[in-house]
Design a protein around this ligand. Structure first.
Ligand code: AHR
Length: 672
């Protein structure tokens, strides 16, 4: 992990590489990693459609999900109420006296006889006279649009010893002037905790609305699990996900979803690690912990960042199933983050960690008659989730990791030979630690090795052949976290996601695809960021409380994920500055060619299809524009693929095209 506060740095470059002539004078190396083609020249590429090579794994392009930048709570998890069960250590964080009322009452957090012993805090609101209540800020506000409907629910009771049945509770949206903007009245409370529900309709658009709970007259009420979800969640689920964000994920056609991270798996100390068992069952019983990104970066502190686990392991599995991706959970291996405490569980005490892995496999795949399979069924999913991968540790290194990995592998391989394990080679793309870990993991016959690289764009452009010389046998590669990091723009404090950075990633991804016999999975990271609550840049998808957009990198991922072939096809090495991969989609009967021209000049190419004859109309998808262009909430598709019809060169089995400067082009050509 690159972290400015830790002094662990990666190289940053301007994005330009030196100008130089390449052999033969056919191409001239230009800015931003490109080379210019001599005037009138044509790059000749030949794809043999009858020589399918390595199978391309369905998991080659996937998704990395971590709750960083408000990705889960305040992000894809559609709950709008922050600190809904008053379990933040600062129990009133997110709550304050409602703006519209005088201070004619009081509210206090209590713990006597709560509805859930896991979550012991609740709120007592008392009005001495007149209207009194509290208001919730949401996650940097609550985004509502006029006419939008929301499901409200609350656990409530009349405090013991007080008269039951008389009270009313007003639940209303309020704007920043404290004016009501749509609400409901709940009533019929008793001295027993019970769940009350209603549907709110927002009366006006407001990206920073609040939700208030008001007692209209003297009396008291206890409330807990105050919850508000849009009705229009993904698949309409009650404990659901934001539809727009989930749709963006689904549109990637991801081969897998890695969850829940990232460093979040590790925790700064072991007691802050991600423990999947506390994230399942009724949401009201899931035990909240701090989010490690809360104050990891002092310059981007988010003191209100906690994990409610409303989006927990069941929901992650369900999300993977919904979008047709393999679920890929990563588990703590008895090591806290090595950049932080480096706390280790003694080897003699590792059994509970290994048991968590065994139980997870049973939760995902076990029969409904098994203890953990029953919990899955009780949550509404009797069918297994068909888990195939388990990650052992996130970004760990050193002999301490190998010792722990071995203990996990020994048990898991014996009890579940069908599960493929993912192991770590630390946070760097190369170096002593990296080499040591790869060496040991090869000896141990590991299944898959998780490499991470957050590097400058030029690193990606000059490492497109990274996997060409990897051994063809032994562990497969999971390029588990990567992104091209351009220098931070000081005025924004963010690394940008320009077309140029995305094209560097695209060029690199042609190398992943060409080496599909070695690389089995890959994922850009991180995935999501809230525009008002981010910690890390760049990210794949940005959102506010109402809208969202995919970055330039998102569209590269989408083009690769949506145009993944089934087998690698041989293609000759192109001239310098042009990056190519070719594959066969044997189901569609099409050849797919990906061409990346990151340079500042257009290039002419002719792609000849041999072995089989290209026929019929094909398609081209082109991503191009200004190299510095970025997408934004205001302009979400400044850079987005355009689809074009493709015709073959007259009387030939070839496509002739001019590749625009700064472009990714994907050709799909039917072959017979
Ligand atoms: O993606 C952000 C962080 O980068 C991840 O949590 C960690 O695994 C890596 O260091």
């Amino acid at each position: 992990m690159w972290n400015p506060s830790r002094g662990v740095s990666i190289r940053h470059t301007s994005g330009a590489i030196l100008c130089a002539m390449v052999c033969g004078g056919l191409a001239i190396v230009g800015a931003r990693g490109g080379t210019e083609q001599a005037a009138g020249a044509v790059s000749l590429l030949t794809v043999n459609a009858a020589a399918p090579g390595a199978a391309i794994s369905a998991t080659l392009f996937g998704i990395f999900f971590e709750d960083i930048n408000f990705a889960a709570d305040g992000g894809i998890y559609a709950e709008k109420i922050k600190n809904r069960s008053f379990e933040f250590p600062d129990a009133l964080m997110g709550w304050r006296r409602a703006v519209a009322v005088e201070s004619n009452g009081a509210f206090t957090v209590r713990t006597d006889a709560p509805p859930s012993p896991q979550n012991p805090h609740y709120l007592r609101i008392t009005s001495k006279a007149g209207t009194f209540g509290v208001s919730n800020d949401g996650f940097r506000g609550i985004g509502v649009s006029k006419g939008q409907k929301f499901r409200f629910s609350v656990l409530a009771r009349v405090p013991p010893g007080q008269r039951a049945g008389g009270g009313k509770l007003l639940v209303e949206f309020e704007n920043n002037r404290g004016e009501p903007r749509g609400g409901i009245v709940l009533e019929g409370f008793t001295t027993q905790w019970a769940r009350y529900t209603g549907t709110l309709e927002a009366a006006a658009d407001d990206i920073r609305s609040h939700l208030r709970l008001l007692l209209p007259a003297a009396g008291s009420i206890d409330v807990d699990m105050v919850s508000l979800f849009p009705e229009d969640t993904w698949k309409g689920r009650e404990n659901g996900l934001r539809r727009d964000l989930t749709q963006l994920l689904s549109d990637l056609k991801p081969g897998f979803i890695r969850f829940p991270g990232g460093c979040i798996v590790e925790g700064r100390f072991l007691d802050g690690r991600y423990q999947w068992k506390t994230t399942i069952g009724a949401p009201a019983d899931r035990k909240l912990i701090v989010n490690r990104w809360n104050d990891e970066f002092p310059h981007r502190a988010a003191p209100d960042y906690y994990q409610t686990f409303g989006l927990g392991f069941f929901e992650y599995f369900q999300l993977a199933e919904d979008v047709g991706a393999e679920p890929l959970p990563i588990l703590n291996c008895g090591m806290a983050c090595q950049f932080n405490s480096n706390e280790l569980v003694p080897l003699a005490q590792i059994d509970p960690y290994v048991q968590d892995a065994l139980d997870l496999i049973e939760f995902a795949n076990g029969p409904v008659t098994s203890a953990w399979g029953k919990k899955r069924a009780d949550m509404g999913h009797p069918a297994p989730f068909n888990l195939k991968f388990v990650g052992v540790g996130n970004e760990q290194w050193g002999p301490q990791y190998i010792e722990r990995y071995e203990l996990f592998a020994k048990v898991l391989k014996q009890k579940h030979p069908e599960i493929r394990l993912i192991s770590s080679v630390g946070p760097s793309a190369a170096g002593k630690e990296f080499d040591y870990l790869w060496g040991r993991l090869r000896e141990l016959k590991a299944d898959l090795v998780d490499e991470h690289y957050y590097m400058p764009p030029n690193w990606f452009l000059s490492n497109t052949n990274r996997y060409d010389n990897y051994p063809r046998t032994g562990p497969k590669v999971f390029a588990g976290e990567y992104a091209a990091h351009a220098p931070t723009i000081p005025a924004r404090g963010q690394r940008p996601s320009t077309l140029a950075t995305a094209l560097a990633e695209a060029a690199f991804m042609t190398g992943l695809e060409r080496n599909a016999d070695v690389v089995e999975l890959s994922s850009y990271a991180p995935l999501f960021a809230h525009v008002d609550a981010w910690q890390w840049t760049p990210n794949l998808i940005w959102f506010d409380n109402m809208k969202s957009y995919g970055t330039t990198s998102y569209y590269v991922q989408k083009l690769f994920g949506g145009n993944r072939g089934t087998h690698v096809l041989p293609v000759n090495k192109p001239e310098e500055g042009l990056f190519v991969s070719a594959s066969l989609d044997d189901k569609a009967g099409e050849v797919i060619v990906k061409l990346v021209n990151p340079g500042a000049a257009a290039r002419n190419v002719r792609v000849d299809f041999t072995g089989k004859r290209a026929s019929g109309a094909g398609k081209a998808f082109v991503l191009t524009g200004s190299p510095d262009a970025e997408n934004s909430l205001a302009s979400p598709t400044t850079i987005a693929p355009a689809e074009e019809a493709l015709t073959l060169a007259a009387g030939s089995s070839a496509v002739e095209r001019t590749l625009a400067a700064h472009s990714l082009t994907v050709l799909r050509v039917p072959v017979r």
